[in-house]
Design a protein around this ligand. Structure first.
Ligand SMILES: Cc1cc2nc3c(=O)[nH]c(=O)nc-3n(C[C@H](O)[C@H](O)[C@H](O)COP(=O)(O)OP(=O)(O)OC[C@H]3O[C@@H](n4cnc5c(N)ncnc54)[C@H](O)[C@@H]3O)c2cc1C
Length: 432
């Protein structure tokens, strides 16, 4: 397939909204358009010079999974694996997990090892989230800053790409989910930038919500007559880590919903591209980390599981060691706790997507996803199709959120614990 531009990414629902294409475009001719709860790049064909830069760095189109199905590719390189958390209880309290990302970023900026970091400072469902440049002046201390915590939405990294393009010698900390890290790496390669200038902090990621999820929670079942102003998926204030959902209403009041609510909804409001991703542990980063779901070191204040993957990651880790508590654990413990094996199902979905594109266009698209030979293709075909239907249903119910609630209740009644769930009409839950 001649990948001239990223129109193909959006046409085939392969966009993760990472914004790398927008940042690299030499003509600045890619804009965002909200569609089906995702911000999607749209090319202004009048100014496009068909250089192909956007498609060449797009992580939605290319994932280099290499030698699968062995576990090594899902695990990635490991120099050190541990559980860790900030020594400061205040930092832990305001962060997503154990505050390790914020501690690393702050320490590395303060010591002058890195010049700038790209972080998110807002949480808004009505406009696209983007990372912003942050220096030590802007992040004097972690606790009073607005950067910590996870935003479970697609985030654009266009500003980071534009920055490294124009500031070749600056040393930059990049924080992102696996698609963003892969896109950033491709851009660095494409632009012939010095790789050693960039520290890639990769967040573990189990699929991302789309922006339509806010409409769902605006329903009377959750909000009564109140207008929902904002929603945080994980907040430690009520019950500590891993955190319940926090609702902010326009009259200034707040409410909490049990964490089980967020997991019910994810399957309906997510990016289709996440169905084809197997890289939960962010294998291309220098340091990958997520919540600590292992049996050890758990605390209501939160802690991280960390995998140091490169020498550059190790150097950054050692620089920050005095501010962190850590205990070595095996990478297997992390993988088990993160249920990464389930991710291998996505390989089959990726292969099915490839086949669909090939059938319809006669052209080949490289998702570089292999199929495990012992899988029953028909079963996966059905499951994948139902997942796509479900996502489409999510779009439909964005207009009628009450309808989705009814469908979910109906669906829940039909589910029998311990039995394989069958495909029901339009809405279907993933089998875990
Ligand atoms: C979409 C998403 C899905 C995740 N899924 C999992 C999972 O399945 N399992 C798991 O163990 N962990 C998951 N994580 C990681 C986890 O939520 C924490 O982000 C991670 O453990 C770091 O915690 P911390 O306390 O060290 O981070 P903090 O100190 O709170 O800092 C978080 C940093 O991440 C940046 N950030 C927040 N959201 C984004 C974003 N969407 N894109 C780019 N940068 C961002 C912030 O600016 C901040 O600098 C996910 C994170 C995200 C964003």
């Amino acid at each position: 397939m001649n990948l001239i531009d990223i129109s193909i990414t959006t046409e085939w629902n392969l966009c993760s909204g990472c914004g790398v294409c927008v940042g690299i475009c030499p003509k600045h001719c890619i804009e965002w358009k909200r569609e089906a709860g995702m911000y999607q790049p749209v090319i202004n064909q009048n100014s496009c010079i068909s250089c192909g830069s956007c498609a060449s760095v797009c992580p939605g189109l290319k994932h280099q999974y290499e030698k699968l199905p062995d576990r090594a590719a899902v695990q990635g390189n490991v120099l050190l694996s541990c559980n860790a958390w900030s020594k400061s209880s205040d930092v832990r309290r305001i962060s997503a997990s154990g505050g390790v990302v914020s501690t690393l970023v702050h320490q590395l900026l303060e010591s002058g090892i890195y010049d700038i970091a790209f972080l998110v400072d807002s949480y808004d469902y009505h406009q696209q989230l983007s990372t912003k440049p942050v220096t030590i002046q802007e992040m004097k201390d972690v606790v009073s800053s607005s950067y910590p915590k996870s935003r479970y939405l697609p985030v654009s990294h266009e500003n980071a790409i534009a920055y490294v393009k124009n500031n070749r010698m600056k040393r930059v900390i990049f924080v992102g989910t696996s698609c963003a890290v892969r896109g950033f790496k491709s851009a660095v390669k494409k632009l012939h930038l010095p790789e050693e200038n960039y520290l890639l902090i990769g967040l573990f990621c189990d699929r991302v919500f789309n922006y339509n999820v806010m409409a769902y929670y605006q329903q009377p079942a959750f909000c009564g007559e109140k207008k929902l102003e904002n929603l945080h998926f994980k907040n430690k204030e009520s019950g500590g880590w891993p955190g319940n959902m926090k609702f902010y209403f326009s009259d200034g009041s707040i409410a909490y919903q049990d964490k089980s609510e967020r997991t019910k909804v994810k399957d309906y409001f997510m990016s289709e591209r996440c169905l084809y991703c197997i890289d939960k542990l962010n294998v291309c980063a220098d340091i990958s980390l997520g919540d600590n779901y292992t049996q050890q070191d758990s605390s209501p204040l939160g802690s991280n599981s960390v995998i140091i993957r490169t020498e550059q990651g190790l150097a950054a880790w050692e620089r920050t060691a005095s501010l962190l508590e850590s205990r070595e654990i095996s990478v297997n413990q992390i993988m088990e706790a993160q249920y990464v094996d389930w991710r291998l199902n996505n390989l089959c979905y990726g292969k099915l997507k490839e086949q669909e594109i090939l059938k319809k266009t006669g052209q080949e698209i490289v998702l570089n996803v292999n199929v495990m030979t012992n899988r029953k293709t028909q079963e996966y075909q059905n499951r994948w199709k139902s997942n796509i239907q479900m996502l489409h249903a999510g779009e439909m119910y964005d207009i009628h959120p009450e309808e989705l609630q009814k469908q979910m209740v109906k669906n829940k009644k039909k589910q029998k614990p311990g039995m394989i769930r069958k495909l029901f009409s339009k809405v279907y839950h993933l089998i875990r």
